[in-house]
Design a protein around this ligand. Structure first.
Ligand code: AP5
Length: 208
């Protein structure tokens, strides 16, 4: 089975939608951002290298990311396809991906830059299960997260300065990938400047 790529600027809602699409398709989510944060927390060699790039909003070097993905894709849960969240982000990453697995759909969630800052600066997540919430647009239920283990977590790179660097990196290094995938006829643009449920419906329709 083929894999799916969730593509879009920081804060577009890739992680939010990945959580929902995973429930429907059964495809495991592979988020390079989550993998890097786990490596930073564990203090691995990769984590030590990635930390300064992440804190300054720059992309981590391609070879580090490609090695992470090559290893992750060998896990048994990836045998029947996966949903990539935040990978690939450069043409060399996309070329490496094409050499290890086939991609059937690239879902591009489009959100204007001026909405990104408010989304990222209001984001928090559940320390228990990782579910993502927002101060205004998607607050945690009154009794805490459905997983029953609620600790509010905020990301170190979710501040206004770093968001501007992440957006610059997106426009300079990642958005050119749209043409690369459009030429392959598997690129689906989704208006991400709407309610979360509407976006999920459009993504599921694009995947039919
Ligand atoms: P990563 O963790 O991948 O961050 P990102 O791409 O910047 O994306 P985000 O996780 O910030 O946003 P999202 O699109 O998932 O949005 P979310 O659903 O949370 O990467 C972090 C860093 O790691 C990078 O800067 C880089 O250094 C490094 N890195 C990672 N992958 C790499 C790679 N492949 N190559 C090189 N370096 C790499 O939503 C955001 C907020 O908005 C939430 O609060 C949510 O509740 C809310 N929200 C969601 N949808 C909506 C909606 N429709 N309306 C209103 N609010 C909404």
């Amino acid at each position: 089975m083929s894999s799916i790529v969730l593509f879009g600027p920081p804060g577009a809602g890739k992680g939010t939608q990945a959580e929902r699409i995973t429930e429907t398709t059964g495809l495991p989510q592979i988020s390079t951002g989550d993998m890097l944060r786990a490596a930073v927390k564990a203090g691995t060699e990769t984590g030590v290298l990635a930390k300064s790039y992440m804190e300054s909003g720059q992309l981590v070097p391609d070879e580090v990311i490609i090695d992470l993905i090559k290893e992750r894709i060998t896990h048994p849960d990836a045998a029947h396809g996966v949903m990539f969240d935040g990978f690939p982000r450069t043409v060399p990453q996309a070329e490496a991906l094409a050499s290890i697995t086939s991609v059937s759909h690239v879902i591009a969630i489009e959100v204007p830059d001026d909405r990104i800052v408010e989304r990222i600066c209001g984001r928090y997540s559940c320390g228990g299960c990782g579910s993502v919430y927002h101060d205004t647009f998607n607050p945690v239920p009154e009794n805490g997260c459905d997983c029953g283990s609620w600790i509010e977590k905020r990301r170190a790179d979710d501040n206004e300065d770093t968001v501007m660097s992440r957006l610059s990196a997106y426009h300079a290094q990642t958005s050119p990938l749209a043409n690369w995938y459009q030429a392959k006829g598997i690129f689906h643009q989704i208006d991400g400047n709407r309610g979360i449920d509407d976006i999920t419906q459009d993504i599921l329709r694009a995947l039919e």
